[in-house]
Design a protein around this ligand. Sequence first.
Ligand SMILES: CC(C)(COP(=O)(O)OP(=O)(O)OC[C@H]1O[C@@H](n2cnc3c(N)ncnc32)[C@H](O)[C@@H]1OP(=O)(O)O)[C@@H](O)C(=O)NCCC(=O)NCCS
Length: 295
Amino acid sequence: MPSDKLQIDAFAMQIGDVADADLEQLHALSISVGWPHRGQDWQFLREVGKGVVATDEIGRIMSSAMWFRHSPELATIGMVITSPRLQTQGTGLWLMEYALKDLGGVNLRLNATRAAQRLYLSIGFKPEKTVYQCQGLVTNAPAVETVPGELRLLTADDLAAAIALDAAAFGVPRAGLMEKLFRHSRGYGLFRDGALVAFALCRRFGRGHVVGPIVACGDEDAIAVASPHIRDHDGTFLRLDTHFEAGDFALFVVRSGLAIFDTVLTMSLGRTLQDFATGGENPPVTYALVSQTLG
Ligand SMILES: CC(C)(COP(=O)(O)OP(=O)(O)OC[C@H]1O[C@@H](n2cnc3c(N)ncnc32)[C@H](O)[C@@H]1OP(=O)(O)O)[C@@H](O)C(=O)NCCC(=O)NCCS
């Protein structure tokens, strides 16, 4: 007679460095939870951050967590995944503890899916703002009225100005990341009196391309730098993650064919988004994230 009890998942898990992990297995892990990352997207993240994986006894990757120390004051956490068959057994929390130990008291920001919110709340993260994940085939890139200033493609010579503008919006300079993004992206910048006042980068990611970051001091400028990317991708798959739900920019995104596909929640541990915000009358704002993982 077969026993009426079956014990499963009794194996021990081993912690490893994401830098040494097999790229195909990482890719399979993110596919298992329905995420669009390609192997190259994982590789990009490994080159700008650190992380851990949990493997089973025969070396299969079952879980991951990554973190990105943008400056001594602020890091973002992402790629927190547990294979569906092992979820709710403590693996996610276990890997988060490694991240928190390595990050030792630095202010943290992340974008939490619904499934992960309870995990982050339990370790002290505070909910802040909704992120709208907009994506789709670009259908009708709206004709955009011209704004004052010169709109042109960015070159490597514009990197320092872009780092500074991004820092004013994001809260800290993320020079290493921006430098790498510049090499992987096409960028448009808006200049007034020779100074960069808004920019938008666009790179390959997941199912197509992603626009981000977009940094500007108002909707009109944000639309001006985003619209050439939208036009460049007419008829193809484009994604854009934004905190804006209403207003001209949000309307422009949806009208271009990028519908709200999902939402996640920006959460902070330590200093909040507001604490990092630049004061002043018309400060630069992040209109589109680099990605949910990188903020
Ligand atoms: C979110 C995720 C990483 C959690 O991993 P995990 O290994 O299941 O996490 P843990 O077992 O350590 O669970 C931590 C807490 O989250 C809860 N939790 C886990 N999965 C959940 C789910 N799908 N829905 C709601 N709560 C969930 C657990 O019950 C636990 O809470 P408790 O301690 O109060 O019981 C996993 O569900 C996952 O990979 N989801 C898909 C990808 C994703 O959304 N990643 C998060 C990116 S921000």
